[in-house]
Design a protein around this ligand. Structure first.
Ligand code: SF4
Length: 352
């Protein structure tokens, strides 16, 4: 009798960490590490992209430009530093939230198990998603039991994949992993991957924390109001440059480009079916913009003169460059959170 069913939701950025291996090898390697199911996000990414198109085309009166809700560092940055832009954030759930919402129910039905016995793991390049205090604020991670950084799982997974490569793949039945060849998933990790192939005219992608801040300031000033949608990523080059990745971002980018050459970026899902789910409200986030303000700001204790002195000391200790790797929008916000006791200094990679 199975006790728990261990299911891993795989960020497609993981595939780009293994040049010379196919996405299917990665999913099979995870199975050999002991996961019962490895769920590829590509399908859900495609669903999300359809939903974005529907929303943008239907809500002509919504604020422009609409802002991607995907990068948690950008969302936090907006709430803390650009609150006038909160209503520009697209109110849709991320692909990981979409899969997290349905997968327990589906597997519990298939395996005749209680939903509580299905343990969901998420492998991610994003530090914001593995810091418990921050990740629980995120819609997508409210479904997940454990979030793991790619860098933690990388050495063990590589060893398993090398073993598996020597075996006959046909020995392993397909139902244990679900990957459909398409580059939409791997492309998602690159700056511009979210908007690639979207049927919306005026879209741009911006990556890197400094660039993001510069563009948010411009939007606050009223610029770019002729744009429909902007994909923002706090990490340079997008999630391939995430702090918990295992390989160099440009090496990873080259692997993604190979996938694009091999698989293309065509769509596989019928628009009509996605539209039905959209009409039922399945794509919409339960977190309203006003709730975001409450979540991020209500916790803030005011700072004393003594706190300010500690902040200055820590600022000179970390000598940060606002990389955003800790999940805070900038070093000062992070250090303030440390002094308030709401963040751990070890969350700054320079302090590890
Ligand atoms: S760009 Fe960086 S901070 Fe934003 S979601 Fe990706 S990994 Fe996380």
């Amino acid at each position: 009798m199975e006790d728990n069913l261990n299911v891993v939701i795989v960020s497609p950025i993981l595939y780009a960490q293994f040049p010379g291996f196919m996405p299917g090898d990665v999913l099979l390697g995870l199975k050999h590490m002991g996961f019962d199911h490895a769920i590829d996000l590509s399908y859900y990414i495609e669903m999300y992209q359809y939903a974005v198109e529907e929303f943008v085309l239907e809500n002509r009166k919504a604020h422009r430009p609409l802002i991607s809700p995907i990068c948690p560092v950008v969302i936090r940055l907006i709430v803390l530093n650009y609150p006038n832009l909160i209503n520009h954030i697209l109110p849709l759930r991320s692909p990981a939230a979409l899969v997290g919402d349905k997968i327990r129910e589906k597997l519990s039905h298939e395996h005749g198990m209680a939903e509580k016995d299905i343990k969901l793991y998420h492998i991610t390049p994003c530090h914001s998603k593995v810091v418990p205090d921050r990740s629980k604020l995120m819609d997508e991670l409210s479904y997940v039991d454990h979030a793991l950084g790619i860098n933690k799982i990388f050495p063990g997974l590589l060893a398993k994949m090398e073993q598996v490569k020597k075996l006959e793949l046909s020995l392993f039945p397909n139902e244990h992993f679900s990957f459909v060849p398409s580059s939409r998933g791997p492309l998602w990790g690159m700056s511009g991957g979210e908007i690639a192939g979207m049927r919306i005219d005026r879209v741009i992608a911006v990556s890197g924390l400094k660039e993001t801040m510069a563009y948010l300031e411009k939007i606050e000033m009223g610029l770019f109001s002729d744009m429909e949608y902007i994909e923002f990523r706090a990490c340079t080059e997008g999630c391939l440059g995430g702090p918990l990745t295992a390989v160099d971002r440009y090496m990873a980018k080259s692997t993604v480009q190979k996938f694009i050459k091999m698989f293309g970026i065509g769509r596989r899902l019928p628009r009509r079916k996605i539209r039905q789910l959209y009409d039922k409200g399945w794509f919409f986030s339960k977190l309203k913009p006003s709730a975001l303000t409450g979540i991020y700001l209500s916790k803030k204790k005011s700072l004393t003169i003594k706190d300010m002195k500690k902040i200055e000391k820590l600022m000179s200790l970390i000598q940060g460059n606002d990389c955003g790797a800790c999940g805070a929008p900038d070093c000062r916000t992070f250090v303030e959170d440390v002094v308030r006791g709401e963040a751990d200094l070890k969350d700054c990679f320079k302090m590890r």
